[in-house]
Design a binder for this molecule. Structure first.
Ligand SMILES: Cc1cc2nc3c(=O)[nH]c(=O)nc-3n(C[C@H](O)[C@H](O)[C@H](O)COP(=O)(O)OP(=O)(O)OC[C@H]3O[C@@H](n4cnc5c(N)ncnc54)[C@H](O)[C@@H]3O)c2cc1C
Length: 589
């Protein structure tokens, strides 16, 4: 991997030479990520992105990953009162957590932007993906800071914007403020219409009173939250989006009181608290009097941030998928059973290949979605983004949980023990299916994107484009199965269109799963064609074929039980990212 002292991307990964995942450069040992960057990052920015990710991969695979284990055992604590009994609601972080926060601030997207470098959204997603592999809780802080920064930049009243934005974009860690968003109340997180926090106008300003039940990054300097102005409509229409800085305009503490920190299953590096707003000074980020203007409505502005956060959570899940595979591949290359290395055993080979295929499928949909973030003004891209966000979150979050659980099993009994790397990943991964919308809510959001935006049309067009591009003969059998699944999807969409609302909701998960897997398969197929064109290798084609065989070809007479042994024969190049000759692919799926 070293050419004249310079780290470069590996040609083929040999897990048997690695003692552990921590200590590796997690960018250079992940050729799929490099290929995705080749696809989506403009040529003139590619080398700079390569240098940046090489540095970031070293940090995430090294110090940040090591510290994450320490932070997990020494989570943030709340010092609510000072020695005089004053409520100071202070969160005390372990020094290792501060060191990681500093690295993220100075070397992550904010640091890059401050050094005058461009950070395309796809590169931002690569940052998230790598960081999530080491410490997914820390991604929560960075993601929310980015979201609040965008809201303040666009919507904060003059004066407030000038006071708050420089901290959210600070060139130095010492002056930096994190962002947070507090929406969930005791009465409900999915059903925000039940929010009871009240906003009262006092002179030209506003104060908030009420409580919030789940507040991650609770010690952030800038909080975005929802409250109902006195006399406003009930339900969602009456909610206004407010900014609540931790410090008042006069520099004194604002009325944000942390009642306690949650004792969480995982993601311990980020403090999640319950808070009271008591006469908290607040500034509207949406028009409190314009319930009829839908764009300016509080919830809609908050939701514009939530879509970005949901994509972030999908990417966090993807990160845990990748960490789970990487740990598993190294373990299986060292551990023996029945006189063989684990990775020589047929069932283990299939397990590892299945993990690779799942990662590359979610990676395809997540980075495609990230590439659409800035495609404003293009209606078709907007609608595609609209549906790809929940489809990514559905499979990315669940995939993190599934692969983390799988990795625990690959490690056997050791996997269940906290001093091995897999147990924390499993605890952390569970959060992603809940954060930013539970899985049911995400499935309903897929339906909403179809009913309100006809977003499925944009999705089907994108799938058709990927199918049309796949012209290599080695792809033909795989392409046929995807085309058949696309026809099934069209029937499902038509059925949902005429079904009663309760029946439609009943099938939302099945429909979301089919559409997500179909989108992943089509994007994988496109990537397989691109790889054949650029290098002549059919490795991606083999991965796509396995994905399709596993997920879409369910109607196969013996449900996949046949003479096909491609998983065994192609195990090494698939899991080690080495080239495959197209002629060795089986002729069917
Ligand atoms: C570690 C952690 C950190 C968090 N941090 C934050 C934060 O910083 N800010 C914040 O605002 N929130 C935060 N949350 C809250 C999170 O967003 C909510 O927990 C989540 O949105 C679900 O809301 P709820 O807990 O009220 O569950 P409920 O809304 O009560 O849902 C309970 C169950 O009912 C299901 N359900 C609800 N409605 C429907 C429906 N229409 N159809 C079918 N099923 C339905 C849900 O899928 C779920 O399974 C955090 C949560 C966790 C676990």
């Amino acid at each position: 991997m070293t050419t004249e002292g310079k780290m470069t991307r590996a040609e083929s990964i040999d897990y048997s030479t690695m003692d552990a995942a921590i200590g590796q450069n997690w960018y250079l040992t992940d050729p799929n990520l490099g290929t995705v960057m080749d696809k989506y990052i403009a040529k003139d920015e590619r080398q700079s992105a390569e240098d940046t990710l090489t540095r970031w991969g070293e940090l995430c695979g090294g110090p940040i990953a090591s510290r994450a284990e320490v932070i997990d055992r020494n989570p943030p604590r709340l010092d609510r009162y000072d020695e005089w009994g004053n409520d100071v609601s202070t969160i005390v972080h372990h020094p290792e957590a501060i060191a990681t926060k500093r690295d993220i601030w100075e070397e992550g997207p904010i640091g890059l932007a401050n050094s005058g470098r461009k950070v395309p959204t796809v590169l931002g997603s690569a940052f998230t993906y790598l960081l999530s592999q080491s410490d997914t809780g820390m991604v929560c802080s960075t993601g929310m800071t980015g979201g609040v920064e965008a809201l303040v930049d666009k919507f904060a009243p003059p004066g407030v914007r000038e006071r708050v934005l420089p901290h959210l974009q600070s060139p130095t860690f010492a002056d930096s403020w994190d962002g947070a968003m507090f929406m969930t109340e005791l009465r409900g997180g999915s059903d925000l219409a039940s929010s009871e926090t009240i906003a009262t106008q006092v002179g030209d300003g506003w104060i908030l009173n009420g409580d919030k039940w789940f507040c991650s990054n609770v010690d952030a300097g800038a909080i975005a939250t929802l409250a109902r102005p006195e006399g406003a409509d009930a339900g969602l229409r009456g909610l206004t989006l407010f900014l609540v800085p931790a410090l008042k305009s006069d520099g004194s503490r604002n009325g944000v009181h942390i009642k306690r920190l949650k004792d969480k299953l995982g993601t311990k590096s980020v403090p999640t608290g319950e808070i009271d707003f008591v006469d908290a000074e607040a500034f509207p980020l949406s028009n409190p009097k314009s319930a009829s203007d839908s764009e300016a409505r509080g919830l809609n502005r908050m939701m514009s941030m939530v879509n970005g956060s949901r994509l972030g959570v999908a990417t966090m899940g993807l990160g845990i998928m990748r960490r789970s595979f990487f740990e598993s591949a190294i373990y299986a290359a060292h551990r023996t059973a029945f006189g063989k290395r684990l990775d020589e055993l047929p069932l283990m080979r299939e397990t590892l290949v299945r993990m690779v295929a799942a990662i590359e499928g979610v990676s395809a949909i997540v980075f495609e979605t990230a590439s659409l973030v800035s495609a404003t003004g293009d209606e078709s891209a907007r609608r595609l983004y609209r549906i790809l966000v929940p489809l990514s979150k559905l499979r990315g979050a669940r995939g993190g949980l599934e692969l983390a659980s799988q990795a625990v099993e690959v490690f056997g009994g050791n996997g269940y023990i906290e001093n091995w790397p897999t147990a924390r990943q499993l605890r952390d991964a569970q959060c992603h299916t809940i954060w930013e919308g539970t899985e049911n809510i995400i499935c309903l959001d897929v339906l909403r994107s179809m009913v309100k935006d006809s977003a499925h049309d944009a999705l089907l067009d994108r799938i058709d484009a990927a199918l049309d591009a796949a012209t290599h003969p080695a792809l033909a059998p795989t392409k046929d199965v995807i085309a058949e699944a696309r026809r099934d999807a069209q029937e499902v969409i038509a059925f949902l269109g005429r079904a009663d609302d309760d029946v439609r909701q009943l099938h939302a998960r099945r429909a979301g799963t089919l559409l997500s897997d179909l989108a992943q398969a089509a994007l994988l197929l496109e990537a397989a064609q691109e790889e054949l064109d650029s290098t002549g290798s059919a490795r991606k084609a083999a991965v796509t074929r396995f994905f399709v065989r596993d997920r879409l070809a369910a109607g196969h007479p013996l449900r996949g039980i046949d003479e096909d042994r491609s998983v065994l024969d192609l195990f090494e190049p698939i899991t080690r990212y080495a080239p495959i000759d197209p002629n060795v692919l089986p002729s069917g799926v």
